[in-house]
Design a protein around this ligand. Structure first.
Ligand SMILES: Nc1ncnc2c1ncn2[C@@H]1O[C@H](COP(=O)(O)OP(=O)(O)OP(=O)(O)O)[C@@H](O)[C@H]1O
Length: 276
């Protein structure tokens, strides 16, 4: 449940996060904080370490990867050293996740309404309350005829509908932190904006902070308060969305902007050159 008092300090505190594959660093010395309800976008070229950073924070690093440093969630303490059982208490209750491919989060053999209800039951909601709430949650992510749709299996839904179900599951327990890794990239362009709007609405309704990875700078600009720019496993620039997008300091940020349709007017980028 979201019970964070904004005066309590940061909700999430990441300090010197380093992720290794054997001895090879994939992510190095990443530090940032996220306040309750705040939205931070993580941008950077392909392979810059955005997903590995989020997976480390979510306790979902692939076998063979090891994390060092510290990731603290207020009220929960250190996350990096949590056991899988310890993580089960946090994931889905205090931390929700939406990834690029909805099928990876869904059980193909279980009706979607039951999957949403299970997300609540795992964290203490009784069966009849969870079953009723599941239909309400499916309605809240704008799924048509939610009573009927709750009885469908994932393969009977469109990609956009599946991602709405995943969002309903991620938000079922009103998490303090919602982690989204390219949540709309795999969707048809016509539904991307709708799913994005839903993420915005649902996170606002629950007061959840959002850590949002996207290649699409327009998307992060519309959703986020602050941006972190990653390059070769490190955060090379951070600031408010306006600061980073209108006066980018790092050459990689300028390149990202030049590659997008959000390039600042000539001169804006040059006005304040120099790494941060
Ligand atoms: N399980 C793994 N074992 C070894 N290397 C890995 C593993 N997972 C990721 N990497 C490497 O770590 C680096 C960062 O990958 P990551 O997926 O975090 O990049 P990204 O910024 O999210 O890229 P994209 O935008 O393409 O998703 C890449 O060089 C990638 O090849």
């Amino acid at each position: 449940m979201n019970g964070q008092d904004p005066t309590d300090g940061p909700l999430l505190q990441v300090r010197d996060l380093t992720v290794l594959a054997g001895r090879q660093p994939l992510v190095q010395d990443v530090s940032f904080e996220l306040a309750a309800g705040e939205r931070v976008g993580l941008i950077g070229a392909s392979g810059s370490g955005k997903s590995v950073t989020c997976m480390a924070i979510a306790g979902l690093l692939a076998d063979g990867l090891t994390a060092g440093g510290s990731v603290q969630l207020t009220g929960t303490g250190e996350l990096l050293t949590r056991s899988e059982r310890g993580w089960a208490e946090v994931r889905g209750s205090r931390v929700g996740m939406v990834f690029q491919e909805p099928m990876t989060a869904l059980n193909p053999t279980m009706r979607v309404g039951r999957q949403v209800a299970e997300a609540m039951r795992l964290h203490g909601t009784d069966r009849s309350t969870a079953n009723r709430a599941a239909v309400d949650l499916l309605a809240a992510v704008d799924l048509p005829d939610p009573d009927r749709l709750a009885t469908a299996y994932p393969h009977q839904l469109s990609g956009g509908q599946r991602q709405r179900v995943v969002l309903a599951m991620a938000m079922a327990n009103q998490p303090d932190l919602l982690i989204c890794d390219e949540p709309t990239t795999a969707l048809d362009v016509t539904v991307q904006a709708k799913v994005l709007q839903l993420i915005d609405d649902r996170a606002a309704a629950a007061g959840s902070a959002v850590l949002f990875i996207s290649h699409d700078l327009a998307v992060v600009a519309s959703l986020c308060d602050r941006l972190l720019v990653m390059y070769q496993g490190r955060v090379v620039e951070h600031g408010s969305v306006v600061e980073v997008l209108t006066a980018p300091r790092h050459p990689h940020t300028r390149q990202l902007l030049a590659d997008s349709e959000l390039a600042p007017a000539d001169g804006a980028a040059e006005a304040d050159a120099g790494d941060r």
